[in-house]
Design a protein around this ligand. Sequence first.
Ligand code: P1T
Length: 384
Amino acid sequence: MCAKKLKFNTKTIHGGQRPDKAYGAVMPPIYQTSTYAQDTPGGHKGYEYSRSANPTRTALENSLASIENGNYGLAFASGLAAIDAVIKLLRPGDEVICTNDLYGGSYRLFKRIFEQYVIRFHFVDMEDLTNIEAHITHKTKLIWIETPTNPMMNIIDIKSVVQLAKKHDILTAVDNTFATPYLQTPLDLGADIVMHSATKYLGGHSDVVVGGLVVNDKDLADRLYFIQNASGAVCGPMDSFLTLRGIKTLHVRMQRHCENGKVVAEYLAHHPKIEKVYWPGFENHPNHKIAKNQMKDFGGMISFVPSGSSYEDAVKIVEKLQVFTLAESLGGVESLAGHPASMTHASIPKAEREKSGVVDALIRLSVGIEDVEDLIADLEQAIG
Ligand code: P1T
């Protein structure tokens, strides 16, 4: 059966994978090898050196393409390595328009690395399309969308941004890390590139650092493959295997992340000691309607500000949590709490991050798939 016709839950398990030809192994074997024997120079079986290609990585790349409804997948050593490859499509003098609220490491890569090579980044509030339009010139070559944004949970209307970009012949890339293809598939909305930190929900068990790209266009895939091979930040076979294993349960994990996320978000919203809760599932979220339209559910990522709104108020809470672990990252089966100002977004200057709402008192939760009663009890004892 054509893999493209399979439904999502089936694709997470079977997408791009067949039982191994040698012995019928149901899971793709871990080809822990750097090189491959050749009968004669150039006479190999499709693999010659594992930076260029590795069968376990190929299985992951096919799986990524399958779950994102794309034609071509590429797996990298980290999410940032995947972003790095996309920006390397550009040349000095080119400009990028990106969401003003985005992962701190993406901001750092754009500002501290690529601006040295004379690529310019405009960070704009994409909830209002006129902000994007105002920055479009003949130099604009890429629009970089993160939605929901990290950590403010803003929702960007992918379809509208893509329409605008296409009018001006500009590529669009969507960082789909927070939503995953369980919730939204940006290529179906017209985006050119989907990017993942597979470290998060796709891997799902906080045991790998992996990145991914998926595209439909053959020429774009070839250019990205060239960069992947030439720059070399590839995903190793063991990490490819673990990510593939994670993807097989993506749909059941995401369902529970969404259910638990809703309960936790509503608990926080009704708590007298919480000032503000950011979660796209609330009807009064500024872009709830767009979220409802482009996402299947609202996910398990929530940010909030405790009353008092001071750095100390936030630190007191995260230090008291016992079931939630205070740690960077997100998307694993276990619940994590983070303090963006000092952790994930510390690389963004304070004045810059506060403009998009990342204040010192902001706490970010990655709601896991534990019993939600235990998560609520933990928050209750920590918030007091
Ligand atoms: O960590 P890495 O796999 O390199 O992925 C970077 C990245 C890219 N995009 C988004 C939306 C991300 O959240 C991340 C990584 N984020 C964290 C580590 C974090 O705690 O937010």
